[in-house]
Write a protein that binds this ligand. Structure first.
Ligand code: ASP
Length: 358
């Protein structure tokens, strides 16, 4: 892709940046050598589409004016949440099995070691902002369901319908297709005829039930923040909470090291504490790219003992405090990408497929 760069090219290009480059000593106990600051400020998102680009540009506007990583991350996450066409995050996200959109989000500030999150939040379009409020205005980390909604309303977030027509029709299609043993769908004698109708052509089977966004940023002070926000696994059981609002699973940020976020099958990410693991790998001296791949390997190794053929689908992103990048996925036919914005402009960064499942 014209606008994308590989991991190696990114490092070479930014190392060559020369004038803006700073040398910082490694923090005590990090196990790292002195390293160049490759790029700062910096903002990335796992969304590599046009909305991801818009989000990066908006976050960048804040960073370049000297704004905080927390503000930049919130702004960028909100842009993705508010895109009605995106069926995996915020407004327009696919609903649970009952047709109700339940959102999960987390926020973490690496400077203050603060975190906030919401889970199963209904009727609020920007759960990332509610998670930020939990982080900054409560002594708690995670609010769920009606409690999270009450909290959001108390702070003036308007209650709104999150189920778009597009998402509702996809959900109805899923209900009709889900089982031959229930009574949803056309009468038996008309089933095959109905499948030729435009309704079925316009809303084909859903192949991917996952989708989330991670936003990670470093501001010009070197402070790091991150957010993970999602409508979660589509058609999930009412009340299911994924990895996105679980600090250490869907997101982890540490000013002294870097940040990491996860998308994909949340159940694996929760059990492996994947984002915390990635940040700890970086603390031990691994690059963000290696840390992403290490975390995927860790998950594969664990399942191998019980089912060698099971390769869950996850995508991990990470940044180091030096501005290095990492992105890797398990499975898939195309290399994963993420959106990156630095003083060199916007680009799509190509990650690796760490494991090809069967
Ligand atoms: N990780 C999210 C969840 O399990 C979904 C996704 O990223 O696709 O809820």
């Amino acid at each position: 892709m014209k606008n994308s760069i590989s991991r190696r090219k990114f490092v070479n290009r930014t190392i060559g940046a020369g004038a803006g480059m700073l040398i910082v000593p490694a923090a005590a106990g990090l196990g790292m050598q002195s390293k160049n600051i490759l790029s700062r400020p910096l903002i990335i998102t796992s969304h590599a589409n046009d909305t991801g680009k818009n989000a990066m540009e908006a976050g960048w506007e804040i960073l370049i004016k000297g704004g905080s990583a927390v503000d930049a991350v919130e702004k960028a996450a909100n842009i993705i949440e508010l895109d009605p066409e995106d069926t995996s995050v915020g407004f327009g996200g696919l609903p649970n099995e009952n047709g109700v959109v339940q959102l999960d989000a987390s926020f973490m500030d690496g400077k203050t070691y603060s975190a906030g999150a919401v889970a199963c939040l209904e009727n609020i379009k920007t759960p990332a902002s509610v998670a930020r409020m939990v982080m900054q205005h409560t002594d708690h980390v995670l609010l769920v369901g009606t409690g999270a909604l009450e909290f959001a309303k108390a702070w003036g977030f308007p209650e709104e319908n999150l189920l778009t027509e597009k998402a509702r029709k996809i959900w109805l299609r899923w209900k009709e297709e889900m089982s031959e043993d229930d009574d949803w769908g056309a009468p038996d004698h008309l089933k095959n005829i109905m499948k030729k109708e435009s309704y079925w052509r316009d809303f084909p089977d859903i192949e991917h039930h996952y989708g989330t966004t991670n936003v990670l940023a470093i501001d010009s002070n070197g402070d790091i923040a991150g957010c993970t926000t999602t409508s979660g696994l589509s058609f999930k059981i009412n009340g299911r909470v994924g990895d996105s609002p679980i600090i250490g699973a869907g997101l982890y940020v540490d000013n002294e090291v870097g940040a990491a976020g996860a998308t994909g099958r949340g159940e694996d990410v929760i059990k492996s504490c994947a984002s915390y693991y990635m940040v700890m790998r970086m603390k031990d001296g691994r690059t963000p790219q290696q840390a992403c791949e290490d975390a995927l390997q860790m998950i594969v190794e664990r399942y191998k003992k019980v089912n060698p053929d099971f390769y869950p689908r996850e995508k991990f992103v990470a940044i180091s405090r030096y501005g290095e990048l990492g992105c890797a996925t398990m499975n898939g036919s195309r290399n994963p990408q993420m959106s990156v914005m630095t003083d060199k402009g916007y680009t799509r960064f190509d990650g690796t497929i760490a494991y090809k499942g069967k």
